[in-house]
Design a binder for this molecule. Structure first.
Ligand code: UDP
Ligand code: MG
Length: 138
């Protein structure tokens, strides 16, 4: 069993796509074992995306991620990291496969509706960034 962190980004919340993301998770038999809404500060977004600190898009990305509320969830299941990334689609919505969340809803390489961890180590860091163990049901 694996766990991964999902975020419905500010564009997804603002555009009313929270329910659609959750519906797709439930239809894929992915378990949601923690969930909350919060609004990150710029510093919190910078800490979350610290691996991207040197990238040209870092400042814009962290402005965007702290621009409004997000919904953070912990997902659990077999190979859920890859399974959820498949549901999300490629980072660039133009390259994302048909039927993926990003292909269906994203408008921009930055404003791409959802986040998902990319490996067990990053998932552990990202889950711990938002949730303590009493907030995760299993
Ligand atoms: N991003 C961006 N421009 C780029 C690449 C990424 O604005 O050229 C943003 C986008 O919101 C992406 C996030 O930075 O989701 C993190 O990038 P990463 O490469 O980790 O993509 P992801 O894992 O989210 O698919
Ligand atoms: Mg990533």
């Amino acid at each position: 069993m694996e766990r991964t962190l999902s975020i419905v980004k500010p564009d997804g919340v603002q555009r009313g796509i929270i329910g659609e993301v959750i519906r797709r998770l439930e239809n894929s038999n992915i378990s949601i074992i923690a969930m909350k809404m919060l609004k990150m500060t710029k510093a919190q977004a910078e800490g979350f995306y610290a691996v991207h600190r040197e990238r040209p898009f870092f400042d814009s990305l962290t402005d965007f991620m702290s621009s409004g509320p997000v919904v953070v969830m912990v997902l659990e299941g077999e190979q859920v990291i890859a399974k959820y990334r498949e549901l999300m689609g490629a980072t660039n919505y133009k390259e994302a496969a048909d039927g993926t969340i990003r292909r269906d809803f994203a408008t921009d390489i930055e404003k791409n509706i959802v986040h998902g961890s990319d490996a067990p180590e990053t998932a552990a860091f990202e889950i711990g960034y938002f949730f303590n163990r009493f907030e995760i049901v299993s």
